[in-house]
Design a binder for this molecule. Structure first.
Ligand code: ADP
Ligand code: MG
Length: 241
């Protein structure tokens, strides 16, 4: 589709898929709990997480920076953001890993407290886990209204894709027709291929454009809503293919 055609396609859309984090849920999170390992102080866990997330734009990173109230922030000497996993950094010669269960498994870091309920960010320094931060991730107040509005406009199927864990999103997904969790960016594209095949009409994908650009680009109508957008304004920026 090119040019002004996308408006016609948007009007005919019968399937809408949302990205979760920052799109269906609030863009602004906060750290609700810091759980340290043994005698480690909570502040130490938070401090390493803050230094590591220093350059990340992910909303999780923003919430950690907010929570830390650090006067003097240490910039990492090197850092790598691994989409859907977290961040790996070198800080003062230490190898720091901050991210989800998947990240700990990827980096082969032993952890005796995986599968914690909620959106969890583990912090590990030089291969040992200092434990984790718990992050709030709540549905936007106007999300149910937007979903209702879409149904009233003739959208038949509404779903959600997320890189977050199945256990965290199960309750949230109850109002939706389908969902898929634990997805990496390329797996979101694979899931969308199935949805495109099954849908009898155009499929729209709504994301934040942060790490879901490939799936936004693959949909018949791709909609990117940044933190500046309100849920009911589903037209901030559009890509079409
Ligand atoms: P969604 O698919 O719901 O939009 P994302 O793909 O943005 O979620 O992230 C998926 C998961 O990857 C998050 O729930 C988190 O566990 C982890 N993650 C991603 N980026 C970061 C980061 N900067 N710091 C810590 N964890 C992260
Ligand atoms: Mg996202």
């Amino acid at each position: 589709m090119k040019g002004s055609n996308f408006l016609v396609v948007l009007a005919q859309t019968i399937t809408v898929v949302f990205d979760k984090t920052g799109t269906l849920t609030k863009w602004v999170f906060w750290v609700t709990k810091v759980v340290p390992q043994g005698s480690i102080l909570p502040n130490e866990v938070l401090r390493w997480a803050t230094y590591t997330e220093y350059r990340s734009n992910h909303p999780i990173a923003q919430s950690i920076l907010e929570a830390s109230h650090q006067e003097s922030l240490l910039e990492p000497d090197a850092c790598e953001e691994v989409t859907g996993f977290g961040v790996i950094a070198t800080i003062q010669g230490k190898h720091v890993v901050v991210g989800n269960d998947r990240m700990l498994h990827r980096e082969k870091i032993p952890c005796d407290q995986c599968e914690v309920e909620g959106t969890v960010v583990h912090v590990a320094v030089n291969g040992s886990c200092l434990r984790y931060l718990l992050i709030s991730d709540e549905l936007k107040e106007d999300a149910p209204m937007a979903i209702q509005g879409l149904r009233a406009e003739g959208v038949q199927r509404i779903g959600m894709f997320t890189g977050d864990r199945e256990a965290v999103v199960r309750a949230l997904a109850k109002k939706l027709d389908f969902y898929a969790a634990d997805l990496l960016s390329e797996e979101k594209v694979e899931q969308l291929e199935h949805v495109l095949q099954e849908s009898d009409g155009p499929v729209a994908f709504v994301g934040d454009g942060l790490n879901d650009a490939p799936v936004i680009a693959r949909a018949d109508v791709g909609i990117g809503m940044g933190p500046w957008a309100r849920m009911r304004l589903l037209r901030v920026r559009m890509w079409w293919s």
